[in-house]
Design a protein around this ligand. Structure first.
Ligand SMILES: Cc1ncc(COP(=O)(O)O)c(C=O)c1O
Length: 452
């Protein structure tokens, strides 16, 4: 087939060339039939036929300010004119200004920055820094987690996306702790009688493993189901890490940037990690940027020790300018407060669905970060599908629900047996009503397959 140039392809040619020559991620390639998107603005995106979709998950939980934020666009345009690229060994105004702003919004004390171009790379940097600083090698992660796709970050990923790389295709030295999941505790406990056994077990692991450099957590687990720890968990984990000389790494790639009703999820417990990684919302996802932020003790270590890490695109000026604009926009819009308020509204609406649908196991969330977990059996909390189903290419109930919602003009992220509902933080009540109504209608499909 001859390929016409940009602007001249028909929708079917766009789809054909895309699927023939490029990879679709985390899937079998056969049967991939991506929708062509031509525009996106505010809480909506538009396909090639002109149909508009409410973006109820902010794409990959990353477009926190909504699509086409003007300030972010202009920052990219102006920086491209001014200084699109200079090597990371130079100082730039844009780098200095972003660093200054980050000291204002990140948890206090995490104030030395390494800029990457993704969340994955931010975590890779964190692992190397933790190992170089402590002189130890093991990383404790948790089963229900995602930390990225490279050989280090996939090794630290607890969910089934890691399995293809087992055992030799991944960084050695990551071990897994049980996740916090008060809906379905992996240790079979019930909060609060559990005494936060999932945190205590981490101490047991550190005590019996030796050579542990760091404990890595998504403070509020994202893709794997918006799992929110009870209030005692994070302070206890901090105590355990301090007592044992182990670093605490908070992966706030998804939970950061006002998503949960605070600048960062760790702010809910006033716990400061030693290393904080983030990406996604930092530029409103308009340009790829990640951040690995460390505390002053770690920073001091590298005054006299070789910092054995770097990228050509580290601190790339074009990636930093939109981050400044995005942070200023978040401040201007009081986005954390707004997410808390609108999140309470979204939570009320989603929670009201539970008694109406026997396929809903639990609704949970914080800020504008919610999960609706589907079950085949409410009493036994049996999910419709599992990681095995996902990898085997079995059609998932959640995917069928999500596809039907797309038909209704609402986009929602589905994973295994739950949805992650995390719209742009500028969403209105009317838009929330519309998204929840579409879910309400579509869940009949799952109800029909749930045990009576
Ligand atoms: C918690 C978390 N960490 C890391 C990553 C990887 O970030 P990226 O896709 O920017 O490499 C993601 C991506 O979804 C994430 O949700």
């Amino acid at each position: 087939m001859t390929t016409p140039t940009i602007g001249k392809m028909s929708p079917s040619q766009v789809k054909e060339v895309t699927t023939q020559f490029t990879y679709g991620t985390w899937r079998r390639q056969k049967g991939w039939s991506p929708l062509q998107v031509v525009d996106a603005e505010g809480c909506y995106f538009t396909d090639a036929s002109g149909k508009k979709y409410l973006d109820f998950s902010a794409q990959l939980m990353c477009v926190n300010l909504g699509h086409k934020n003007r300030a972010v666009i202009e920052a990219i345009q102006q920086q491209a004119e001014k200084l699109a690229f200079i090597g990371p060994g130079f100082a730039t105004e844009v780098r200095a200004e972003l660093a200054r702003l980050l000291t204002e919004v990140l948890p206090k004390g995490v104030n030395k920055y390494f800029f990457t171009t993704s969340g994955t790379e931010a975590n890779e940097a964190a692992f190397k820094i933790a190992r170089m600083y402590t002189g130890k090698s093991k990383i404790i992660s948790r089963y229900r987690s995602y930390h990225g796709s490279t050989m280090g970050s996939i090794a630290a990923t607890g969910d089934p996306r890691r399995w293809a790389m087992e055992p030799s295709g991944k960084m050695a030295g990551v071990i897994f702790a049980p996740e916090v999941n008060c809906y379905k505790c992996p240790l079979g406990h019930t909060y609060p009688g559990c005494g936060i056994a999932c945190a205590e077990y981490v101490e047991h692991m550190i005590a019996n493993e030796s050579d542990v450099a760091a404990v890595l957590v998504e403070p509020i687990v994202g893709t794997n189901g918006v799992l929110i720890p009870p209030k005692e968990y994070m302070p206890r984990l901090r105590q355990i890490c301090d007592a044992r000389g182990v670093l605490l790494i908070a992966d706030e790639v998804m939970s950061g940037w006002c998503r949960t009703g605070k600048w960062f999820a760790m702010d809910h417990w006033n716990v400061v990690p030693d290393i904080l990684t983030t990406a996604k919302g930092i530029t409103n996802a308009a340009i790829p940027l990640g951040l690995c932020a460390t505390n002053e003790k770690i920073a001091a270590h590298f005054e006299d020790h070789f910092f054995a890490h770097g990228h050509t695109y580290e601190a790339h000026p074009l990636t930093l300018a939109p981050a400044i604009a995005a942070i200023n926009e978040m401040k201007r819009l009081n986005l954390a407060e707004r997410a808390a308020q609108m999140g309470a509204y979204l939570g009320e609406k989603l929670t009201a669905l539970k008694p109406r649908h026997r396929s809903i196991g639990e609704v949970r969330g914080l800020g504008l970060f919610w999960a609706v977990e589907l079950v085949k059996n409410q009493e036994k909390k049996i999910p419709f599908n599992t990681g095995e189903d996902k990898l085997a290419g079995t059609p998932l109930v959640v995917d069928r629900v999500a596809a039907k919602m797309m038909g209704e003009g609402v986009y929602i992220q589905a994973w295994m047996s739950h949805f992650v509902i995390a719209p742009p933080l500028i969403i209105s009540k009317e838009e929330i009503d519309r998204g929840v109504a579409a879910l309400d209608q579509t869940l009949a499909l799952a109800d029909a397959e749930a045990d009576a």
